[in-house]
Design a protein around this ligand. Structure first.
Ligand SMILES: Cc1ncc(COP(=O)(O)O)c(C=O)c1O
Length: 389
């Protein structure tokens, strides 16, 4: 059988996500001088769009880096070596946030949560109440934990701080634009995200916004930094520039994808992602599969599925890719070989979900699992509504 070229495969991984041809073509434009009025104009539009997505009045810094770089920028600009940090991992990406703080010399305490669950706001409240001397300087939270398919209740977690002054640092790399995040209203102090997930642009850009309280903390933060010095980045951004040469093609594409997102409406995007998640999660369950994340915390941007007994994740993913051109993700960390993951954010629509379900059903059948694919398809028959009028 002819191999399906990667360009024709459908990316159903939780990032990078598919990019519209309109945004891809924008990325193919000539390079521009990044110290020019044209660049300034483009950056002003991008920052204004990002502010709407972050739901903040604070500046949103645009960095040429990946999501991890944006997270690192939060740590190094807000903390000093020896600072007490409460890391609240719910999976691999939360653990990365903790490791990063530790690498820069923070005194990191880990508040554990069972994999597949979100952090219980009561647990956070209790821990902060015990901190009578208010030594904890920052709390590290993952909005949407991509390794387990879990979404944390950011609003409840932020308000669980009560009058504790700890800064809340949020990794919203795999949720921003797809799931509600009200940076100002929910009093989040630092939010990090990236271009390649729900923001529907290629990889290469990281975004960071700080609250006024965080900018104040930045004045005395002593962790070493140079490339990620956000005070310097902000000075340049005010002039409509970046300190260093930015990833221009990604900016061109982002400008288009942000326009599309704003035209759709941020609330409409949240609704659409909620619907996509419900559709695929209901369909997978109807098929006879077990989802990994607890129903209360299920992500709106990706779904984690337990491998049925006797089914090898690697083989299943290989067959889906080679026979049907559907690219899925495997498990990470301790969940390697135990789960597989399907991304459904950004440009992904019903047609991709239906084809994913069909090909998954076929492959499972081939591997000896009696998938109830017809039951799964009934979910779409019931819910499919016109996307155009
Ligand atoms: C929740 C979360 N945080 C951080 C990252 C890291 O982002 P990047 O790979 O862009 O550095 C990812 C990437 O998948 C993620 O899903």
């Amino acid at each position: 059988m002819k191999k399906i070229p990667w360009q024709e495969q459908i990316l159903m991984i939780p990032g990078p996500t598919p990019v519209s041809s309109q945004a891809l073509l924008a990325g193919a434009q000539p390079m521009m001088n990044h110290r020019s009025s044209d660049f300034k104009k483009m950056m002003e539009e991008i920052e204004s769009g990002l502010k709407q997505v972050f739901q903040t009045q604070s500046p949103v810094m645009v960095l040429t880096t990946s999501g991890t770089g944006a997270m690192e920028a939060c740590i190094v600009n807000l903390l000093s070596p020896g600072d007490k940090v409460l890391a609240c991992p719910t999976g691999v990406f939360g653990e990365r946030f903790a490791k990063m703080a530790k690498a820069y010399g923070a005194d990191v305490e880990v508040l554990e949560t069972q994999l597949g669950y979100g952090l219980d706001p009561e647990k956070l409240r209790t821990r902060l109440k015990q901190d009578a001397r208010k030594e904890i300087k920052a709390i590290l939270i993952t909005h949407n934990e991509t390794s387990t398919g879990v979404e944390n209740d950011l609003k409840a977690l932020s308000s669980a701080r009560g009058d504790h002054p700890a800064l809340m640092l949020v990794d919203s790399v795999s949720a921003l634009g797809a799931s509600e995040l009200k940076m100002d209203a929910w009093k989040l102090d630092a939010v990090a995200s990236a271009s390649q997930k729900a923001l529907m642009a290629p990889p290469g850009l990281g975004f960071v916004a700080f609250s006024d309280k965080a900018w104040e903390a930045a004045k005395s933060a002593k962790m070493p930094k140079f490339y990620f010095d956000l005070t310097m980045a902000r000075e340049f951004q005010i002039k409509g520039e970046t300190p260093f040469t930015p990833a221009l093609p990604v900016l061109y594409a982002l400008q288009v994808s942000l326009r599309n997102l704003i035209e759709e409406g941020i609330e409409a995007s949240f609704e659409r992602h909620k619907k996509m998640a419900e559709l695929i999660q209901n369909a997978l369950t109807a098929m006879g599969l077990k989802l990994f994340a607890h129903p209360t915390y299920r992500s709106k941007t990706l779904t984690t599925i337990e491998a049925p007994a006797g089914i090898e994740v690697k083989k299943l993913r290989e067959l889906m890719k080679n026979q049907y051109g559907i690219v899925t993700a495997g498990g990470q960390g301790s969940l390697t070989d135990k789960i597989f993951r399907i991304g459904h954010m950004g440009c992904v629509r019903e047609k991709e979900l239906i084809y994913t379900i069909l090909s998954l059903g076929k492959v499972l059948q081939e591997l000896g699992f009696q998938a109830k694919t017809e039951e799964a398809l009934k979910i779409f028959v019931k819910t499919l509504t016109p996307t155009h009028s």
